[in-house]
Design a protein around this ligand. Structure first.
Ligand code: C2E
Ligand code: CA
Ligand code: CA
Ligand code: CA
Length: 278
């Protein structure tokens, strides 16, 4: 993501600790960006180990600002959360991902499932579950195709977010716990939440081939998942060695640059544009 105005670009991508002024400016620009259509989605494959067959994709939002250049989602999503714009942006993300999946489906190239990241504020927003139901109906996507990815912190402490998770499950939507293992009560949450997918954070995957704490945790997490009948997805797999070691430990699902980078959906003109699944 190189850009002519490298200085500014660096400031907004590398410095997560934006000052109040910058945050206010960024917040206002997010509003404009949504109106101008500056956002788009990219999709990253989630594959089966060891075959590498694509089972699902995760949608990830991208913002290319006319002056700032590429702004990372971990910079602007928290700002959108604080200003409340995440509710409207999140609706756009959900609808866009569902429309894309419906298009893949029509062309017979849809992966089995697709994941959409949902932030804490969005999940706790009254009417979120009704919105999901409405968008699925409107786009003709079966609820079982959708995976809602929520972080542990979003559902920590109960309340509206936890109710929403239960209602989504009743709707037939799958719930994935994102960045699993990095929160405060990872294992405790599994006792009560109707979660079926654990996305094991890339920090545990990174050093899985070396003896050490991360490898021990990666091993424990797959045992917990298998013991509870849950599906564990190893995130951030970058090398064949990591993939092989994860497979040896019992992982059967993985995601990461080794298998595919997040990419824009290719236009579907006749020939199959995406590896499809039955
Ligand atoms: P996440 O949900 O944990 O997404 C995974 C992140 O890891 C993505 O970063 C992805 O590009 C990156 N990644 C995938 N494979 C690899 C790999 O092999 N190595 C490394 N180092 N990284 C890899 P991205 O797209 O920059 O998103 C960062 C975070 O921003 C996401 O973390 C998620 O929390 C948030 N985010 C992204 N898109 C959305 C969205 O549509 N809605 C919401 N609410 N949050 C989003
Ligand atoms: Ca995610
Ligand atoms: Ca994650
Ligand atoms: Ca993350």
């Amino acid at each position: 993501a190189a850009k002519a105005d490298g200085g500014r670009h660096r400031r907004y991508t590398a410095d997560l600790d934006t000052s109040t002024d910058e945050e206010a400016r960024l917040g206002a620009e997010l509003r404009t960006a949504l109106d101008r259509g500056e956002f788009h989605l990219v999709y990253q494959p989630i594959v089966e180990l060891p075959t590498g067959a694509v089972l699902a994709v995760e949608s990830l939002v991208r913002w290319w600002h006319p002056d700032r250049g590429y702004v990372r989602p971990d910079v602007f999503i928290p700002v959108a959360e604080r200003t409340g714009l995440i509710v409207e942006l999140g609706e756009w993300i959900l609808r866009t991902a569902c429309l894309q999946f419906a298009d893949w489906w029509r062309h017979g190239v849809a992966p089995y499932r697709f994941g959409v990241n949902v932030s804490a504020r969005q999940l706790a927003e009254p009417g979120f579950v009704s919105l999901v139901a409405a968008v699925l109906a409107e786009t003709g996507v079966h609820p079982a195709r959708l995976i809602v990815e929520v972080t542990e912190t979003a559902v920590f402490g109960g309340g509206a977010a936890v109710r929403a998770v239960h209602e989504l499950t009743e709707l037939g939507v799958e719930i994935a716990l994102d960045d699993f293992g990095t929160g405060h009560s990872s294992l405790g949450l599994l006792q009560t939440l109707p979660v079926r997918i654990l996305k094991v954070d890339k920090s545990f995957v990174e050093n899985v081939t070396m003896a050490g704490r991360h490898a021990v945790i990666a091993t424990s997490l797959i045992q917990v998942a298998n013991g509870l009948g849950l599906v564990a997805v190893a995130e951030g797999v970058e090398t064949a060695e990591q993939a092989a070691e994860l497979y040896r430990l019992g992982y059967r699902r993985a995601q990461g640059y080794h298998f595919g980078r997040p990419e824009m959906a290719k236009p579907l003109s006749g020939a199959a544009a995406l590896p499809g699944l039955p």
